[in-house]
Design a protein around this ligand. Sequence first.
Ligand code: URA
Length: 465
Amino acid sequence: MIAVDLAEPDDFEAWRAEARRLVALGVPPHEARWAEADGPRDLFAAPAPAPAPASAAPERQVRASRAFMDLARKAILHSDPGRLALLYRVLWRLQEQPRLLDDAADGDVAALERLAKQVRRDIHKMRAFVRFRSVTDEDGTERYVAWFEPDHRIERANADFFVNRFASQRWSILTPRLSLHWDGAALLEGPPASRGDAPSQDAAEELWLGYYRSIFNPARLKVGMMLREMPRRYWKNLPEARQIPDLIAGAQQREAAMIATGASLFEEAAPPSLAAIAGGIEACRRCAIGCNGTRAVMGEGPANADLMIVGEQPGDTEEREHRPFVGPAGQLLDRALGEAGVDRQAAYVTNAVKHFKFTPRGKRRLHQTPTAGEIDICRWWLDGERALLRPKVILALGASGARGLLGRTPSIGKERGQAIAQPDGTKVWLTAHPSYLLRLDGEAREREHGRFAEDLAGLARMLRG
Ligand code: URA
């Protein structure tokens, strides 16, 4: 029996090097005993042989497909102590059966797939259910701290995700196995933590809880689906989930009351300040976009602006820079506003949806249009900004921005360039979204740029008059 020790149980590269060596030496799976530094050991096994001298007989070539490597990278993070032996057995068998992974009915292949799937799910849950709370560090700077209990060893594998998403903030994620700390420049690993080491509440959370209560729709409550998406074991660390038992218990009465009174779901008091909205959107997890781990982007501009500009949602650049309309669409907008004689700096610029919806494509994040439902859920925040700012005129860029303002999706072609009066006395002015213009070329590009310029010239006249 040959014993192989892995110093770190989630170190794929170390496992890979050892496994290649054993396959090359011809050590069959039943002869290899895999152990981890913090797991049980076989006291009677011999240590793995040292590398063979260069003069020894040539070693076997070791083959492993990319599909196997991808599965193995995930499966090694599983907490099942048998996973290292399983990985080695599959690697060993692949040498004689290169198409082994195509056989979904094979016991080893099915087990490997299952482990990888459970790890992927745990990774996703960590991204969706980590809840940061704000604390003040000893040097007076703000730090966001979260507590999370993963089922598998996914903390390090997920670290890059949180670094990319929260690059400019200081944060710590505490777990029972280790802690991760980001100071804005470097990622440090610390010792295991316990739940009591993480703060339990902050100001933004109060607002978020109020919001969650207000949008919790008893008429649409599907307990089974909710449990699948948000399993019970995560509830204890989710502030909003702590309310669920009470909300479920009261759901029937609330539903009856809503039907009787025709009440709106959005009765909760509006956010009291722009700062409260900024905190609230950061914590908002009401829709799938809010759960995707991106940072919310708050509107910016003078709080007494006459003009409010509403786009669709922050894009890749906006999410990274944490400011609205600073990427290519924003630059086009700035130029066109300048040419029409409208000062962007005097306007309050925001979006209908506060988080960036995207599909990952390699290292890139490709924009995805939010659904009408997602825009409607986020409308509560936009309404809050509107109520606090009370602008005279609101410029809606594109159909999503317009839906956030009007509660319906208008035809931009039919309603652009005219003031749509609102119950609160403001006027909404519609035009195309600058990203749409960026996608055009040739004659269409020239024509649409011209219409955009005309719309903005009309806006400028309305602001003056
Ligand atoms: N597009 C938008 O709709 N909003 C932004 O902030 C940037 C691009």
